[in-house]
Design a protein around this ligand. Structure first.
Ligand code: BGC
Length: 739
């Protein structure tokens, strides 16, 4: 499918979803509000995580009294059903609870981490995966997920990069909308639909130094062009809720930030969904040095336009007295409660019979999809001498490494409802593919951080006795995710030494890296024959990897995040500005240990090439694709006009395969200056050997618009370069001018 038109499709679905709510809902909210006490209103604005199994008498009393509007990550399915029964039938007004949970990349069936899913560049599969997660989760009484995460990041040190959809705002927008569409379905009150939540609003991905929760400094133009863009797409896609972030943005905590919540989200974008804070983010404004105490923090969050407080109780403790003291108007409280009740009505929670229990997804469909999405998300980074795919007729293979058989790690961060026993690991899948006798397994290291070389000898023996060694390296689950940032990006533990040991066996070595972020592994890549980057691939990661290793499937994933050569290059991303002194390719300064004159005063490093190890958009295949015949329909277009751009993509190899074709532009002169390339479209195509396809895109001047110095979103006249490309550094090139 053509993804600019896919965008259009999403916008239509969005328009349908975000159309003004039917009047009867607003009337019902109004009637309910008129009957609510201030305490009951504040109860609706409060979300708790304190429900345990069995539900305590105190929580039951509180639900009856209307103390809580929502619970998160709480209780068992039976507890949730019981709590809802109490809320609906025993509380004074019968207002239902909304149960939220972090259903991030699957519920029981775990799909690849979001960063992995993005490497599939396949919005259709991403939608289907979210749909399955919604069906599995709603079957257990979950109504609301805290996904998608739409934080753009350019920093692999940040542990939450695993949860992102990569570094590009356009791609994050398309895939985020695809997820929202999957979670929310055609209608929120479908029993298999879940409300989505666009998070973390906004700028969290730019945390200084990649340290979680750290401050962010983002000029308004960049904020609007890059960091806000996926959220705006999410709003247009009808996302039901938005979560405010932990970080301070330009000195103002996101949760108390009127500019981003009231002005942009509510006034400019007319968002009529619900705004929830992140976990205890209101009282954290005290530590931020932005609020005097809990009461002041509650006041600031209210003034910013935050509807529901997650976990902390500053609203419950202080809103009443703030209203009584005239510091907060009742109409602000009513507006917040309206947003919360609107979500509950849209979800059909007031009419539980409408919603009913959702049917559980038939596991084989879910597992098949998890396998396909994992397969499409895995990126082939190196394939020297076409060592891959391996022949199925191969003799014995050695399977080595801490991540060959590590179900929990393979699921990645945020997989609290996934069961390790459901996970199919690479070791299991390879044993099924080749038979037990042909797989010689030696873990080598107990986990990715293990420093002990005690297991090396056994691993070396396995490699010697085999025809090829498959090494499963990377990072455990706990090395990425929230509050799990790293200052070093190399393979932890003694993994590099293990690779040296095995590479010394003289056998072909394939490294399969499972990780939650881009790692730096230059030395390892140079010692092995092939590298597959598998992220944390989820429940069906094992079969997907086995399919790719043995050619039952062809790699087609492409990177959605730039891989640095060393952590010292971070932040490194493809859509950077050119500088006044751009370096030339191959330009290096003073190679350390071998002093020579620097080659000029350009924007580079003395000790490492300035280019990335692997660029954005990059990924190899078992087929060979050639790009040619760039055609631009018109050399000039007027503002409001459209240009068609096409190129021929041919499969010159002998395998049928998918190729992710990318469209980039560059505005050569603009105010302010624009990036050297910007992604504007993509298509995943399938070509048989010898087959050729004309891949067409169209760009309107609206697609070329950016925020100018006066913060107006306008296309500027001028000359544009355009590429249809296999990645962000190559491609066939054309140009056009906007008049
Ligand atoms: C995270 C959110 C998450 C929330 C609820 C927070 O710590 O930042 O992403 O949705 O917890 O679990």
């Amino acid at each position: 499918m053509f993804h600019l038109s896919q965008g259009a499709l999403l916008i239509i679905v969005a328009a349908l979803l975000s159309a003004a709510p039917p009047p009867d809902i607003e009337q019902r909210i109004g009637a309910l509000l008129a009957r609510m006490t201030l305490e009951e209103k504040i109860g609706q604005m409060s979300q708790s995580t304190s429900m345990r199994t069995p539900i305590s008498d105190q929580i039951k009393r509180e639900i009856r009294a209307g103390r809580w509007g929502s619970f998160l990550n709480a209780g068992s399915p039976a507890d949730r059903a019981e709590a809802q029964r109490i809320a609906l039938t025993e509380s004074r007004l019968g207002i239902p609870l909304v149960f939220g949970r972090d259903v991030i990349h699957g519920y029981q069936t775990i799909f690849p981490i979001p960063l992995g899913q993005s490497a599939s560049w396949d919005p259709e599969l991403v939608t289907q995966a979210a749909r399955i997660a919604a069906r599995e989760g709603t079957a257990e009484g979950i109504h609301w997920t805290f996904a998608p995460m739409l934080d753009v990041t350019r920093d692999p040190r940040w542990g939450r990069i695993a949860e992102t959809l990569g570094e590009d705002p356009y791609l994050a927008g398309v895939l985020g909308a695809a997820m929202i569409h999957g979670f929310q379905g055609a209608s929120l009150d479908d029993p298999g639909s879940m409300a989505a939540c666009a998070k973390h609003y906004v700028g969290y991905g730019a945390s200084e130094a990649g340290r979680d929760y750290n401050s962010t400094w983002i000029p308004e133009g960049l904020l609007r062009d890059v960091y806000l863009r996926p959220f705006q797409v999410a709003r247009d896609a009808g996302v039901a809720s938005v979560m405010t972030a932990f970080n301070a943005l330009n000195g103002v905590p996101a949760t108390g930030n009127r500019f981003i919540v009231r002005q942009i989200l509510r006034d400019e974008w007319k968002f009529d969904g619900m705004v929830v804070t992140d976990y205890q983010a209101i009282p954290e404004m005290i530590q931020h040095g932005y609020a005097l105490d809990a009461r002041d923090a509650a006041l600031k969050a209210m003034r910013a336009g935050v509807d529901m407080e997650m976990v902390s109780t500053t609203y419950y403790d202080h809103l009443k007295s703030l209203v009584q003291a005239g510091r907060i108007e009742m109409k602000s409280v009513d507006a917040a409660v309206r947003n919360i009740l609107r979500l509950k009505f849209r979800l059909g929670l007031f009419d539980d019979r409408v919603r009913g229990p959702a049917p559980v997804q038939a596991p084989p469909i879910a597992l098949d999809l998890a396998r396909r999405l994992a397969t499409e998300s895995i990126v082939l980074l190196k394939n020297e001498g076409s060592v891959l795919p391996l022949a199925k007729s191969i003799g014995k293979v050695a399977v080595i490494g801490p991540l060959a058989d590590s179900p929990v790690d393979q699921m990645g961060t945020w997989a609290m409802d996934g069961h390790a026993e459901d996970v199919q690991t690479p070791l299991g899948a390879l044993r099924r593919t080749l038979g037990n006798d042909r797989v010689l397994y030696a873990q080598g290291l107990k986990n990715s951080r293990d420093m002990s070389r005690d297991g090396f000898a056994k691993a070396r023996d396995a490699a010697r006795a085999a025809e090829a060694a498959l090494m499963f390296l990377g990072e455990e689950q706990i090395l990425s995710g929230e509050a799990h940032s790293r200052a070093f990006l190399d393979l932890p533990g003694a993994q590099e030494a293990l690779v040296d040991e095995i590479a010394g066996s003289g056998k072909p070595v394939v490294a399969v890296i499972l990780a939650g972020r881009p790692l730096t592994f230059h030395q390892v890549a140079s010692r092995v024959n092939a590298v597959l980057y598998a992220w944390h691939p989820g429940t069906m990661g094992g079969p997907a990897i086995a399919d790719l290793l043995f050619g039952s499937a062809v790699p087609s994933g492409k990177l959605t995040i730039t891989f640095p050569r060393t952590v010292g290059q971070v932040p490194i991303y493809y859509a950077h500005l050119n500088t006044g002194r751009p370096p030339s390719l191959g330009e290096l300064g003073i190679p350390m240990g071998n002093p020579v004159d620097p080659q000029g005063y350009t924007s580079k490093y003395l000790d490492v090439d300035f280019t990335p190890e692997y660029p954005f958009g990059y990924g190899l295949s078992y087929a060979t694709f050639e790009y040619s015949g760039m055609h631009v329909s018109t050399p000039k277009l007027r503002t409001g006009g459209q240009v068609a751009i096409s190129a021929e993509v041919s499969n010159k190899g002998n395998r049928e395969a998918d190729e992710v074709v990318q469209l980039y532009v560059r505005a050569l002169v603009a105010s302010p200056s624009r990036p050297v390339r910007e992604l504007k479209g993509f298509r995943r195509i399938h070509l048989k050997p010898g087959q050729r396809e004309t891949v067409k895109f169209s760009i309107t001047t609206r697609d070329l618009a950016f925020y100018n110095e006066r913060m107006q979103l306008v296309p500027e006249p001028g000359k544009f370069q355009v590429w249809i490309a296999p990645d962000s550094v190559r491609g066939v090139e054309g140009e056009f001018t906007v008049e």
